[in-house]
Every structure is written in C-alpha cells, then in structure tokens.
Design a protein around this ligand. Structure first.
Ligand code: SF4
Length: 694
C-alpha cells in the first residue's frame, strides 16, 4: 500500500485495463505513484473512472516483476540471468537456427493487446520483415476477431461505428452478450444514465446480468437465450422486422445493395425463422422476441452494444453480421444514437488489430496478398515480403504438435492460461524447439519458455492505445523503463540481430512510420495528440480531425452488404455425462488472467474463481453454497467453489478464468468460429459434482 502524500509532478496518461480507455493524471513522488486521478479532459471518460483504473496500479512495482532477461537451454533447467545484449544475441541466434533446420516459416509470434500501438507495430514488423514470414497473430484472435471479419464484410471497416457519447442520444439500447458493468464500467455508467433518462433497454444474455435488474436500472426486456443460439435470435428479430413491414425502405434503397437485401429479406422472412419456430431453440418466449424487435425497429434511435458473448462462439462472425444486417434494415447506422458497437475487452485490442497483427493483413486492414499494398511496405521497410498469409494462433498450436512450427515469440500474453483447452496449448508449447516470452511476470506460459524478456508496465511506456471507439490516446511515461529497455527497442534489436536492421529513436518515430503506411492514421503524431488530446481514426485528408461516427454518408465499402446468416448449432452438445452448459465471463474487480489485479494490494480483490449454479441444479447434486465442486468436460477437469444463484438459468453454469489455480480453460474446447477461429469459450458441455465440502 502506498502512503498518500503530496505529489511532486503529474503525468497525463491512459488506463491500461479495458477498452474504454480512460484518461488519468498519474500523480507522482519521484518514481512512486501517489494516486491516479481520472482526467476531466479524457475524451472517453470525462473525469470518471472505475476501481481498476483508479486503484489497481500497484502491480507495476510488485516484487514479482522480473526486471532482467533470463535464458535456459531446456525448460527443466534453472533460469540464468543475463544482460540485454546477450539475451538479444541468443534469441536471434536460436530463431535463425530453427529457421535453418525447419524452414523460414517455422517461426512466428503473437502480439499483445496490452501493449502500445508502437510496440505492437514493432513486433509485427520484426516478424514480417525480420523473420521473413506472416506468422503473426494477436490475442484479438480469441476475443473480437469475428467483429473484425463481420463488420468488414457488411460495412467495410473492422471497427465499431460510434463514439461512446453516442449512447446519450439512443432511445433504444440492446446489450447482447456483454456485461458492461463488469467489463466496461465507465461506459456502463453512461449507458445506465441514459436508461434512467428514459431510454428503453433490451438485454440478450443467458445470465441475468446487473443490467437486467439492479438498484439503478432494469431492462425492459431480458431475452434469456440458451448459450449458443445467438444466430437463431438475430434471425428471429430480423424475421419480425421483415414480416411486420418494419424495414426502413428509404435507408435500404439509398445505402445498401438492394439485390442482396431482397435475398436476405426472403431468407429471414421464412417461417422457420419466426420467433415461434425458434422458441424451442432459443428458449425465449416468442412474444418477448416480437416485442423487442418492434421496439428496436420503431422506438427511435436504436443502438446495439455487444461483447464476447457474441463473438466467442462457433458462429461468432455470423452473429456479428446478423447484428449488422438488423441495424441496416432498420436504418440504425450512420448518425448519433444508433450503430453497431463492439465493446472491446483489452485496453488496446482495437490497436492490435489496426497495427497489422493479423496474419493476412498489414496495418490498416490491408491484405498481404495484395501486390500493391505489399509493394508499399516493401519500399518503406526495404525488403521483399512474403505474400502468403501466415498462421493463426490455433494453427500455430496444431502445426507445433505436427512438428512444422518450432519457434515462437509471445509478447505480453499468457496463452497457457487464457487460451482454450489448456492441455492442448501446453502440449503445443512443450513441443517447440524455442519459445520466447516477454512479460511483466513469469506467467504460466513462461514455464515453457527458453528465454524470458522483461516487459514494461503502462507507467513506463511512451506511445498510444486505441480504445473501443477508435480513439487514439497518448500513454506517457511516468518513469523510465524499470528494465532499462522499451519493448519496441527489444523487437527492433532482435530483428537487427537477425539481419534486418530496425532503428527508431522513440515512440514518436514509430508513430510517424505508422502514419506514413496506414491511410486511416494519416496526420496522427505525438505532437498532434499532445495538442488535441486524442483522435478517433480514420484520420484522413477528408477527416483531418478524426471520425467519431462512421458510415455517415455511405458505408466505407460502398453499398451496405446484407449477409445470409444460417443458424448452425454448435457441435458442443450436452449428454448424459455432461448435462450442463458452462459459459464464462469476467468480474469487475479482476482483469483477464488476473496477472495485474491479483498483484495489487489496494483493494480486496475476489480471491478465487467461483462457479455459479442454479438452485435446482445444485440441489439435484447435493451441492451447498461454498462447497468445492468438480467441473469436468470432455477436455479436462478442475475444481472450484460453488455459488448458488438464480443469475444463471437451470442447466447453465458460469465461471471466470482470473486465477491460474482454477485454470477454467482446462475444460473449454477447441471449437471455434468458422471464419476466424475465435474460440468458443461460451459453450462447453460439463458435469458438476460435489468434491470436498469445506
Ligand atoms: Fe480503466 Fe476501463 Fe475502468 Fe476506465 S473503465 S478506469 S479504462 S478499467
């Protein structure tokens, strides 16, 4: 606990937790944070904050921080502390050896959505230009990759349509597969204020989340669907819009591709997509679906906000496109108070996608297969680039197990805890010849690493994060890197040691290069951000001050594209042995795998993951509140404490994965989204049984 005192100086920076991207003033005594004060000038938070941003920064000086590089030959050997020069030379030599033995495409890496745009850009450039292949992916693969795919197919841009302020003008708000109170607290407060002012609220979620009924707001409709039936639900909503004559025909005629609109209208208009026909699939009474659809189509400005409960399914991309279809059909795109709004999880998950972390795209979402785009990068980067898209994260694991992928750089991610089917992931990591982990802490993944490179906390970084509303915020250093090196310097040094020189003087230099090669970042610079505070991309010659709301005069792709969204049930079904469906999520006081929040003493954080189970299911199994229970799936088993609650419906259980001791991802499956391989974290057939009563 830091004793409060008089700050000596202050630094304006950005919270490193969620995709809201709140601005803060870090008040400092020397290198010690005295307090974090939310900034009234912050474009995303306007002086508000949540418990994490305000209090959970102690991890930056936690004793577990590893500040020096370490190497070892085998993962069973003890770590040996070395200097940076030796660590870089060793890393470069080992990566080169793997490539000489197994081929140029046998190595790759993962960028981190916790890091700055500049650090991410540096790592993907190290891989594309230094390693000479496109085997780069991002942890967005396992959260919002369906958003990137779905919104690009329908609207032409892989990002949400609105700024956060837009919700102030919404008359109807649908929250689908998201729990903003826990995941995006400052935005949740704004949304609740709008509901208290009279906006109607529809929650589509298997759990009775806080927004359904709390002391502050209550939803007008809770469509409590069965996990895994999102596509059926959006088709049922669309059926009502089409068959009850609620389509905004002017909007569709002017803004959308009419031929595929008609095809889509015929498709969703079929009787098999009616709320009545789908009632036995979704579990939601048809009358409620009809009322919610009418409200969305006729209630004024209507906005949809969604989260990982939409994307982390075998049909995640299909649901995103179904939502985009609905918004187009009802004319709810391109102005204040409407839109399709993905609530991005990590602080810079938008930025990691923007910066070229996907194996098929350079920064600005331009295909590596496109000769003209590749030629541009070849001129600026000064080397010939691979035209073949690289491996996605799940393919990296599969190819590692087949002996074709042998070396990996994992930047600021704990894939051994965060990715699904942990046993599969760790088997893949064990089969690598060479694994490098860069992180603040010796995390679960580092147990399989041959080199550990220490990373920097947000208090040491000099760069930018991009939040869920495409807002590019400055991250300013409150202290020098405690490791002695910026993370972008590490990537540049590895590439240089491998024979591809990468030299920048500062984060500002890297942003200058990003702006040069990325059309949507034209005119973005640290100087400009220091003057104006923040900018929402696209920042172009036509929109030099940024773009808070997209698709105002037309869709980025030209005509809006309706996509047919056939519902295909997931293959993960219940059985006699696994009769319950597990779905997963987050709590307010912890963050993701908990690496930071578990190492912050300021607040009483929840000390363990718990399993929510309905009273009926608990009684059937003789489980009392607080009992330790076994949670088993076809993939594996773990144990955790039970909480009996009606927040979950009968037949559904729920937990989080903040604590490695639980390791909830031991039970989640390899199923993934058909288009993007985003894992299906939200649907796992499980059995729950009493373990040891405590
Ligand atoms: Fe940080 Fe998100 Fe909380 Fe804002 S809402 S303070 S960005 S965790």
């Amino acid at each position: 606990v830091v004793r409060l005192g008089q700050p000596e100086h202050a630094v304006e920076t950005t919270c490193a937790y969620c995709g809201v991207g709140c601005s803060f003033r870090a008040e400092m005594q020397g290198d010690t944070v005295v307090r974090m004060v939310p900034s009234k000038q912050g474009g995303a938070n306007e002086g508000h904050s949540c418990v994490k941003g305000r209090f959970a920064w102690g991890y930056a000086s936690h004793k577990d921080r590893q500040l020096q590089p370490m190497i070892r030959e085998r993962i069973t050997d003890p770590w040996q502390v070395v200097g940076w020069d030796e660590a870089i030379a060793h890393t470069a030599r080992r990566f080169r050896e793997v490539q000489e033995r197994h081929g140029p495409r046998s190595i790759g890496g993962i960028t981190s959505s916790r890091c700055t745009n500049e650090e991410i850009y540096a790592v993907q450039k190290m891989i594309r230009a230094g390693f000479g292949n496109n085997n780069v992916d991002t942890c967005a693969r396992v959260c919002h990759s369906p958003t990137g795919y779905g919104l690009k197919q329908t609207y032409g841009t892989s990002a949400g349509t609105q700024d956060f302020k837009s919700v102030d003008k919404a008359d109807v708000i649908i929250v689908m597969g998201a729990n903003p109170t826990a995941g995006h607290p400052v935005f949740a407060s704004r949304l609740k204020r709008r509901v208290r002012q009279g906006a109607k609220l529809v929650v589509i979620d298997p759990r009775a989340i806080d927004l359904v009924k709390s002391p502050h707001v209550s939803a007008d409709y809770h469509l409590q669907l069965q996990p895994g039936t999102n596509v059926a639900m959006v088709n049922a909503l669309a059926h009502v819009v089409v068959t009850e004559g609620l389509v905004k025909t002017d909007f569709v005629a002017q803004r959308c591709d009419l031929a595929n609109f008609r095809e889509w209208a015929d498709f969703v208009g079929q009787d098999r997509h009616s709320p009545e026909a789908l009632e036995s699939v979704t579990g939601v009474p048809a009358a409620l679906v009809r009322q919610a659809a009418r409200l969305y189509a006729t209630g004024g400005n209507a906005a949809i906000y969604y989260g990982l409960g939409v994307t982390e399914h075998s049909q995640g991309s299909t649901t995103v496109m179904g939502i985009a279809n609905l918004a187009m059909a009802t004319g709810n795109v391109g102005r204040d108070g409407v839109g399709v709004n993905p609530l991005r999880g990590q602080n810079n998950v938008q930025g990691s996608c923007d910066m070229g972390s996907f194996p098929h795209e350079f920064s600005g979402y331009r295909e590596v297969k496109d000769d003209a785009v590749r030629a541009l990068f070849e001129v600026v980067w000064g080397r010939e680039l691979d035209a073949e898209p690289g491996l996605r994260i799940p393919n990296m694991f599969d190819q590692a197990l087949h002996g074709q992928y042998k070396g990996m750089f994992v930047h600021g991610e704990d894939i051994a805890q965060s990715d699904p089917n942990t046993n599969h992931v760790t088997a893949a990591l064990e089969s690598l010849d060479f694994l490098v982990v860069q992180d603040l802490f010796l995390n679960e993944t580092a147990a399989y690493a041959h080199v550990f490179l220490p990373g920097t906390s947000f208090l040491e970084k000099d760069g930018t994060f991009t939040n869920a509303e495409r807002r590019i915020n400055r991250v300013r250093p409150a202290m020098a890197p405690r490791t002695g090196w910026h993370e972008w310097q590490v990537a540049a040094a590895i590439a240089t040691a491998m024979g591809y020189p990468m030299h920048w003087q500062s984060g500002a230099d890297i942003m200058a290069e990003i702006a040069r090669v990325t059309p949507s970042f034209k005119g973005v610079s640290f100087d400009r951000l220091d003057k104006v505070g923040s900018l929402q991309w696209p920042v172009t010659d036509q929109a030099p001050d940024g773009t808070p709301i997209m698709h105002v005069d037309g869709f980025v792709r030209g005509k809006g594209n309706f996509v047919l969204t056939e519902f295909v049930p997931t293959t993960e079904q219940t059985s006699r042995f696994f009769p319950l469906i597990l779905t997963t999520g987050r709590i307010l006081s912890q963050y993701n795998v908990g690496a930071q929040t578990r190492r912050t003493d300021n607040v009483a954080w929840h000390p363990e993951d718990v399993l929510e189970i309905h009273p009926h299911d608990a009684e059937l199994r003789g489980i009392a509140c607080g009992d330790m229970v076994s949670l088993a799936s076809r993939m594996g088993a773990t144990s955790l404490r039970a909480e009996i609650t009606e927040r979950v419906p009968q037949g559904v259980v729920y937990t989080t994965f903040h604590h490695p001791v639980t390791g909830a991802n031991v039970v989640t499956t390899d199923n993934s989204d058909w288009a993007t391989n985003c894992p299906e974290y939200k649907v796992t057939a499980v059995q729950v049984s009493i373990a040891n009563a405590v």
